[in-house]
Design a protein around this ligand. Sequence first.
Ligand code: 4AZ
Length: 595
Amino acid sequence: MKLVHVFLLLLCFYLSFCKATLTSGTSREDLVEKKCLEKKYTHLSCNKVFCQPWQKCIEGTCRCKLPYQCPKNSTVMCATNGKSYPTYCHLKSLECLHPATKFLNNGTCKAEGKFSVSLYGTADSEGIVEVQLVDQEKKMFICGSSWTIAEANVACFDLGFQQGALGIRRRFNFPEETYLNSTECLHVLCRGFETSLAECTFTKRRAKGYQGLAGVVCYAQNTEVPTDESFQCVNGKYISRTKACDGVNDCGDQSDELCCKGCQGDSFLCKSGVCIPSQQKCNGEVDCITGDDEVDCEGARRPAIQGLAPVAQEETETLTADMNAERKRIKSLLPKLSCGVRNSNHVRRKRVVGGSLAQDVADFPWQVGIKEADGISCGGIYIGGCWVLTAAHCVRVSKTHRYQIWTSLLDWVKYNREIKVELVNRIIIHEKYNASTYQNDIALIELKGYPNPKICELPQSVPACVPWSPYLFQPNDRCIISGWGRGKDKQRVFSLKWGAVNLIGNCSKFYPNRFYEKEMECAGTVDGSIDACKGDSGGPLVCMDANNVTYVWGVVSWGESCGKPEFPGVYTKVANYYDWISYQVGRSLISQYNI
Ligand code: 4AZ
């Protein structure tokens, strides 16, 4: 064996094409997840990042909201078309639909209002950046000290270079002919997603000592010839590989930060595989879709204005409004869906196959039982309104009127007073459910509602959140299963049982040719001691995010036997059906963000 290896290695050295494979094992390159890159995620991919408040997430993409969908109370903003709009959100949603109209200034439009960016120099795509702010009569340069790739990308977008900047230059001196009139420069701070520099915050600081001026090289098509060391952004731009997964949005479309196994430099890895700048950890705004950048923040709060560390003994004059603060304010005004949070601060008392008895219905407020003639035949999950999610193999449309949906149930022999029984109005089985392979084993039950049809009052129930992204939870995350299914040695169970299981990646190795990665999820314990079993089907596999919000990650579907470590339980992967569910029940019932 060893000899064969040595031989291959020598052969590889000999043939130059092998060289790339041999040198490619550097740690930097390993930060990028190759399979993920194929999905071409950008700042508009709501499987990976949150959309802007003037966008909504539809089928994994942030799309433009219509202006009327914006929150109303806020300040008037002026656009480049000379018209005023009721809020920043209204203006940005209009821009999203008609990109030629951009933000000009905070407040109503002024007669002479004009903002311009230009490059001082001889080439079209590079030079020193000059700006003329709306209420300033002369053009000014930008100080090199506040200039990063974020601002440079925005300047290039503004100048019509859709791929942003190739790089920044910070050592320019004042050009000689202007030197006599002006030694002042402006500081600018952008987030990097603005479409015009006018949206960034400009300040004037009395600078101590000379700092150089901001210059930029914008990325024109075919500027860069790709090499082994380059990373191709989704927008087509090539950047250095060393700049991927460092929390800095070098690409301009964030595609260099969305498929990461680790992060380098001063950045933080979201559980969803996204690198964000460390300044955004514990800054009071959730940036990771998994919420993990805003937990354990005690004593680690960062100043709200990122990047602008307070500089002592320096006069600062703010020249333009803080549109980032305005964006955050609008975000806080968006309607919020309530799901996945238990009514009171219950602590599950410790006292399925294996597992523990549920002591309090308030611990499982989304759990329902589907009752047929002779008992609870399956579980289900309440997701809000009159809707319950279950497995397709649990229900038949022809039996719609024979089912009862029991909520707040603990034990179906020893009844508790919170129990409420609902009848079924409609059953929707996934069109592509395959009863022999168990693909798309998912169904929705619409409750009748009593006393008013279609209005369901379930005071003890709380909907579990429906996951909108497959990146909310990962293999090895600990989740909870519950149900009235068979216990050890197939004995019947009358009381609700629950147990903790881990999500399992790579499940094809347990079920070759039977496991479908996109549609199914495996979960279990190393020794198999906790598992779902006959009768648990249709019931919940729920996971909690960094902020303890509960999501229905899986629906109990199938498995070879019960409680065997080599055959983990298989669940319908609910995140894959987010669009199907929202189509059936209505988007507003389950959209947590960007309705
Ligand atoms: C069933 O027959 C069943 N161990 C459900 C879950 C599992 C096995 C069987 C998973 O409904």
